[in-house]
Design a protein. Structure first.
Length: 82
């Protein structure tokens, strides 16, 4: 079985949790050895898991929510345009 980035992203959570079978884990490991993008996605996802599990509260910078929503609106508009 040959996997690509799409497959890795589909199973990334299960991979982190150790819930993929040995054959799939081996294929993902082999893919991660050569794919910098998927390796970064894996590291980022692990970081998110750690941050979510952390019970400390972080204060966001002033205006962060407004800037985030504006950026998301721009990105969605760009992805929907022909």
């Amino acid at each position: 079985m040959r996997i690509d980035c799409k497959h890795v992203w589909q199973y990334i959570s299960a991979y982190i949790d150790g819930d993929v079978d040995a054959a799939l884990r081996a294929e993902i490991d082999k893919h991660l050895e050569t794919c910098e993008i998927c390796s970064a996605v894996l590291d980022s996802t692990r970081n998110v898991v750690v941050l979510v599990a952390d019970d400390r509260v972080f204060e966001l910078p002033a205006g962060f929510g407004n800037r985030l929503h504006a950026r998301l609106d721009r990105e969605l508009a760009l992805s929907e345009s022909p």
